[in-house]
Design a protein around this ligand. Structure first.
Ligand code: IVH
Length: 697
């Protein structure tokens, strides 16, 4: 066989293998047996081994590359990955539809329903039909780069199929949920049990754990699947006008889409389908926690718009939470990082939907009184999704008379300071700024994954440092005496050294993580990101007035006041100064994320002749820096870069009001910087403030 014949042979094998995978995963109608598939795969492997020059990254044999990640890089989403508002009954669903109608300015709407799969949200970007990168949802704005792991999942195409009536998109971002079937989960757990490993709690945890493996070889062995549910953005094609057709398009491209998506012309029909899914829930081979309802027309979706993190054009009917009965063994107080006394019910452990629950939040004393929860009571406990379990009600018939009503303490259980209760507020506070319990909670928050993410420093070790008097604020973490740390029982020199390194490394965390870590009331990762973006340094934030903070789109008055109250407090200013003095980042000239893909979110078109480099060279570099480079100008184009003799594309840009850049601007872009002629790269979809609550426990 000569080289061209061999090449053709190999191409055919690859197409055939992709076709088999498509029939198996997407159509659910396999035409080949597993043995046939494996035989073909082995044959291809054999040829590739003999002819390494024929190996391509997209070959089905190359799903697991040599790449292993020591940590996940960051990917800035071109458009934020949003969450969904919830409705719990027919009235709330009808009210949602009324609002959608009002914002659409329409008299009726078409809706689409899909089951809400309980898995892990991902965004997959394909460039010229080939998987380019994959990211987790992260905080909605920035996710983890999980490309090698996603490549290893056979149910996800590495190469797209060309759709029948459209060209192959230049770029397309597919959003969906990676999940594990219940049956596959059971099998996986029994395999793990046989090998003496640690079992996964439920299919969702198993999917999340499998996708976050450092070794894609492990991900490859996990039975992961994907339901594609949205096209985030696409270039080089005109998307169909409705969500329903987008689902069809995604199927044509090679994805499994949410099972049994249905169109409806009335809310009544939507509600019926919600009830049907609820009834089918137990018999499905995958976990669902609700039904997603979306307005079908993409144009109307835009009209209806967004509120804070949620689209107004979609909602989720959440199934009633899973409930169980158990006993309240005790009620204890957890002192939060802002000094709130949070009552917790210690429960006789019960399994609720695959998770063992031993504690439930009681919120506050009014709630305890309202529900009349006593120690010794038999109660109904519910767990919805991954939120903290709650006590729904007491089963009074089960009372024996020995149950003890609970009395909130008048002094802080940690430091003994008399508690403070503001009139009209259901919470009691410990006002002692150096209360060890509060301090511990503040440190836990600072070092947590969501904030400074200090590897190897968990809550228990941090508590030991506090108890030893070694740390009395977050700044002290950076002043630990490492020789003394190495002397601690159970630690040793090696772990002390590792810990020292991660503490050192955390100094370079981006500014938003430091701001988040401060534990300002109402400030979660999203707000911290907005604040860091706007002010760029701690100094500027400390100097900002409430009005200046409230001017940030997405931050409302309550949050702005919370931030300002924090920054005027001398202890907090001292803490910020101390963090800066020990070398923690206080300025965000170039955060880790923006350094990696500084042009993410920009869609650029190159036209005309360039003097300093060729167009393909420019395109390749722009893509590497995160930009989308496409061939045609539309309203979604961020800018057109026009070289010499630019023609119709430059004219079109002018007509659409798309900024025109010259070759000097291009040089700026190639250096990873945004030229002055361009505005903020990330589409701003946030239009109302969202309160991020402090966790209760
Ligand atoms: S649409 C803007 N469709 O639910 C619309 N989401 O609570 C965004 N999910 O983050 C989501 N199945 O991870 C959509 N058929 C479906 C879904 C679905 C599961 C998840 C998704 C999202 C979360 C929102």
């Amino acid at each position: 066989m000569d080289q061209t014949d061999l090449q053709r042979h190999v191409d055919e094998f690859r197409l055939q293998l992709d076709q088999f995978a498509y029939e198996y995963f997407v159509l659910d109608q396999p035409t080949a047996t597993d043995a046939e598939y494996d035989a073909l795969m082995n044959e291809l492997r054999r040829i590739e081994a003999e002819h390494p020059e024929l190996v391509t990254a997209e070959s089905p044999t190359q799903r697991v590359g040599a790449h292993t990640a020591s940590e996940f890089g960051a990917i800035v989403h071109p458009r934020p990955l949003l969450s969904l508002s919830n409705v719990y009954n027919e009235e709330e669903l009808a009210a949602w539809a009324q609002r959608a109608l009002r914002f659409a300015g329409a008299s009726d709407l078409t809706y689409v329903t899909e089951p809400k799969t309980d898995g892990v949200a991902v965004a997959l970007t394909y460039v010229d039909g080939v998987l380019d990168h994959a990211a987790t949802r992260g905080n909605g704005f920035v996710g983890d780069d999980i490309t090698p792991n996603v490549r290893a999942i056979r149910a996800i195409p590495v190469r797209l199929r060309k759709p029948s009536r459209l060209a192959m998109p230049a770029t397309i971002e597919i959003r969906g949920e990676i999940y594990m079937r219940k049956s596959d989960f059971d099998e996986l757990n029994s395999r793990i049990a046989d090998a003496g490993g640690k079992l996964f709690m439920n299919p969702r945890n198993a999917a999340a754990g499998s996708i976050r493996q450092k070794d894609p070889g492990i991900t490859a062995q996990r039975p992961l699947r994907l339901f594609a549910y949205q096209i985030g953005c696409a270039t080089g094609i005109t998307l169909p006008p409705t969500h329903f057709e987008c689902l069809e398009l995604m199927r044509e491209l090679g994805f499994t889409t949410s099972l049994d998506a249905e169109r409806h012309d009335t809310v009544g029909s939507v509600w019926e389908t919600c009830q049907e899914w609820l009834a089918r829930r137990a018999e499905l081979d995958f976990e669902i926690d609700g039904t997603v309802v979306k307005v079908d027309s993409l144009h109307q979706q835009e009209e209806i718009g967004y509120v804070a993190r949620d689209p107004r054009w979609a909602t989720a009917y959440k199934f009633p939470a899973i409930q169980q009965t158990t006993k309240v063994l005790d009620i204890v107080i957890n002192v939060g990082r802002t000094g709130t006394l949070n009552p917790l019910a210690m429960l006789e452990p019960v399994n609720i939907g695959g998770v063992t629950v031993g504690r439930a939040t009681l919120h506050n004393e009014d709630e305890i009184a309202r529900k009349d929860i006593r120690i010794g009571d038999t109660v109904v406990v519910q767990r919805a999704g991954d939120v903290i379990p709650q006590v729904v009600k007491v089963i009074e018939e089960r009372r024996t008379g020995i149950e003890v009503p609970y009395q909130m303490p008048d002094t802080c259980p940690s430091c003994g300071t008399p508690v403070h209760r503001e009139p009209g507020v259901a919470k009691r506070y410990c006002t002692n700024a150096s209360c060890p319990a509060q301090l511990k909670e503040r440190i836990h928050h600072f070092i947590s994954r969501a904030a400074m993410d200090i590897d190897g420093l968990g809550p228990n070790l941090a508590d030991r440092f506090v108890d030893l008097g070694w740390i009395s604020d977050a700044g002290d973490i950076y002043r630990l005496d490492w020789t003394e740390v190495a002397q601690l029982e159970g630690l040793g020199e090696k772990s002390a050294e590792n810990l020292r390194e991660s503490v050192e490394k955390s100094k370079r965390q981006p500014l938003w993580r430091v701001i988040h870590g401060l534990g300002i009331r109402h400030v979660g990762d999203r707000t911290a990101n907005l604040v860091a973006d706007r002010f760029g340094s701690m100094r500027a934030l400390l100097d900002a007035t409430t009005e200046e903070i409230a001017e940030i789109p997405g931050i409302g008055d309550v949050v702005a006041t919370g931030i300002h109250d924090f920054t005027v407090e001398q202890v907090n200013r001292d803490l910020v100064a101390k963090l800066e003095a020990v070398g923690v980042r206080s300025q965000d000239d170039s955060s880790a994320e923006t350094r990696q893909r500084p042009l993410a979110g920009l869609t650029l078109v190159l036209t005309g002749r360039l003097d300093t480099l060729t167009r393909p060279e420019a395109e390749a570099t722009l893509r590497k820096l995160g930009a989308n480079v496409t061939g045609s100008v539309s309203k979604k184009t961020s800018a057109v870069i026009a070289g010499a003799d630019a023609g119709s594309k430059a004219a079109k840009a002018e007509q659409l009001g798309v900024p025109l850049l010259n070759e000097t601007d291009l040089t700026t872009l190639l250096e990873g910087e945004i030229p002055a002629a361009l505005a903020s790269p990330i589409a701003e979809t946030v239009d109302e403030p969202a309160l991020e609550e402090e966790p209760v426990a």
